[in-house]
Design a protein around this ligand. Structure first.
Ligand SMILES: Cc1cc2nc3c(=O)[nH]c(=O)nc-3n(C[C@H](O)[C@H](O)[C@H](O)COP(=O)(O)O)c2cc1C
Length: 286
């Protein structure tokens, strides 16, 4: 007999021996009284093992679906921020109107050697090779690290730029809020804001996703005449006639701390450490 068939027979014998041992063990355990320690422990152990295998299998098998849902949710959020989203629409098809670019935040230049489709700005913010720690005095939005590169989305219609969509993030009261701010091609007038991931209290800080409140942002101005980002939330309601109303949005009722977080994230991301170098260059060139 060849070495190969010898080892196959040995393997089959070993399998038979272990199968027989497992059967005897199972019979012995099952014949024990239900309140015996050994049976209780054995049942708990095997139950845990089977559940762990099922959960691991589900986690691995569902990962691609989770990633595709996450990406669809992000795209939907971007469509919402520019008022293009409609129930039942083909998100991937609608998203073809957007051009995606990666921007170097320090220089404000486009980066061509990073694939914008696969670059993950949130992941990059945790990677020391792709982000820098922010000193406390500059970390207005309390994000701790700033990614070196940002993904910027350009909405175009017939080749004409309609909107610039910028990812923003910052700490509220309980959570880091992640969202998008859409600006008109003048790099100053707000089209909309939206948050796709936040953990503020529903009905209080969680109202950052309320469409009525989000509608108040349309037409607001980010920068004053000196180019400083001054757009902020103020306590109470903003009257259209009051001086500086174009730089103010109603604060969220009973949620001043989340409101401050939103003001801070605007100040950070539209400032020198955020998109200002890019917006100055981009709008200066147009
Ligand atoms: C259970 C609970 C949840 C809260 N959630 C929030 C929140 O998500 N955002 C927020 O700014 N304030 C929240 N607050 C209220 C803050 O503690 C604080 O009172 C509030 O921000 C002050 O806002 P005001 O000056 O508009 O009342 C919460 C309070 C409680 C008791």
């Amino acid at each position: 007999m060849s070495d190969n068939s010898n080892s196959t027979t040995q393997l089959a014998d070993t399998w038979q021996i272990w199968k027989e041992r497992a059967r005897i063990y199972a019979e012995r355990i099952l014949s024990l009284p239900n309140d015996s320690y050994e049976k209780t422990l054995a049942v708990a152990f095997w139950l845990c093992l089977v559940c762990a295998i099922l959960v691991s299998f589900a986690a691995v098998a569902l990962k691609p679906l989770q990633l595709s849902n996450k990406s669809a949710d992000m795209k939907r959020n971007i469509l919402e921020v520019v008022d293009l989203w409609e129930e039942g629409m083909d998100v991937d098809e609608a998203f073809k109107q957007f051009e995606i670019k990666v921007v170097d935040l320090a220089t404000g230049e486009f980066v061509d050697d990073i694939d914008p489709e696969s670059y993950d700005m949130r992941k990059a913010a945790k990677d020391p090779s792709l982000s820098d720690p922010l000193p406390r005095e500059r970390d207005i939005a309390q994000i701790k690290r700033r990614p070196k590169y940002a993904t910027v989305y350009f909405l175009k219609e017939g080749g004409k730029l309609q909107a610039i969509i910028l990812p923003v993030s910052g700490y509220g009261l309980w959570s880091t809020m992640y969202g998008f701010l859409a600006l008109e091609p003048d790099c100053n007038t707000v089209i909309g804001i939206n948050f796709y991931d936040q953990g503020e209290t529903p009905g209080l800080g969680g109202e950052v996703v309320n469409s009525d409140w989000r509608a108040l942002w349309k037409g607001k101005q980010v920068y004053d005449e000196s180019g400083t980002p001054v757009l902020r939330l103020v306590k109470g309601s903003v009257s259209p006639d009051q001086s500086g109303a174009e730089y103010m949005v109603d604060g969220l009722a009973g949620a001043t701390l989340t409101s401050n977080g939103v003001s801070n994230l605007i100040r950070f991301w539209l400032g020198e450490d955020g998109y200002k170098p890019f917006l100055d260059k981009f709008c200066g060139q147009q």
